[in-house]
Design a protein around this ligand. Structure first.
Ligand code: 4NP
Length: 165
C-alpha cells in the first residue's frame, strides 16, 4: 500500500472571518488547486471574533472575489480555537491585532509558523503594508485592495510551501 504523502496545512485568521481571511482562503485554495496540490496542502480560515459564526462571507467580498474568478460562497465563518494550533503548520494573521490575539492563545508546544500574512508580499507597491486593511466599514476600493494584497502574498506563500513538500 502507498504511504500517504505529508500534507502542509495553512490557516488564515482575521477578526470577523467574513471579509479578509475567507478571501485569502479562496485565493490561496484556487492557486493550490491550479497547481494540482489540493491533496498536499490544506487550507482553512477563521476569526478571532464571534459575531458572524456560521455566516457566509460578506456579499461585497464575495462579489469582488467572483469578479476575479474566486468563488467564496461555500465558506462559513468560524471562531479560531486553541485546538487549531495542533492542526495547522502555518497560522497567518491578517493584521497586527489578530496576531496579538493569536499569540495570547498559542500553546507553548506549537512549533509551526505564526505570523503576519503580508510578510509574504513581494510586490514593491505593497512593501509598506503590514496589515490587510479591514474593508468592512469602507467602500469598493478597500475590497479591491484586499484582493491585490492577498494575491501577491499568496503567490509567495505557495512558492515557500511547495519548497517544503
Ligand atoms: P474581517 O472584517 O475581519 O476581514 O472579516 C470584519 C468583519 C466584521 C466586523 C469587523 C471586521 N465586525 O465588526 O462585525
Amino acid at each position: 500500500m502507498n504511504k500517504a504523502l505529508p500534507k502542509i496545512s495553512v490557516l488564515f485568521v482575521c477578526l470577523g472571518n467574513i471579509c479578509r481571511s475567507p478571501t485569502a482562503h479562496a485565493v490561496f485554495q484556487s492557486m493550490v488547486d491550479t497547481e494540482g496540490l489540493g491533496d498536499r496542502i490544506s487550507v482553512d480560515s477563521s476569526g478571532t471574533g464571534d459575531w458572524h459564526i456560521g455566516k457566509a462571507p460578506d456579499s461585497r467580498s464575495q462579489q469582488h472575489a467572483l469578479d476575479r474568478g474566486y468563488d467564496m460562497s461555500a465558506l462559513r465563518a468560524r471562531l479560531v480555537s486553541v485546538d487549531d494550533f495542533a492542526l495547522y503548520d502555518y497560522v497567518l494573521a491578517m493584521d497586527s491585532q489578530n496576531l496579538c490575539d493569536l499569540k495570547a492563545m498559542r500553546p507553548s508546544e506549537f512549533c509551526g509558523e505564526l505570523g503576519l500574512f503580508l510578510d509574504f508580499c513581494r510586490h514593491p507597491d505593497y512593501a509598506s503594508y503590514r496589515d490587510v486593511p479591514d474593508p468592512y466599514y469602507g467602500g469598493d476600493q478597500g475590497f479591491s485592495l484586499v484582493l491585490d494584497l492577498i494575491e501577491d502574498a499568496s503567490s509567495e506563500l505557495l512558492r515557500r510551501v511547495k519548497g517544503r513538500l
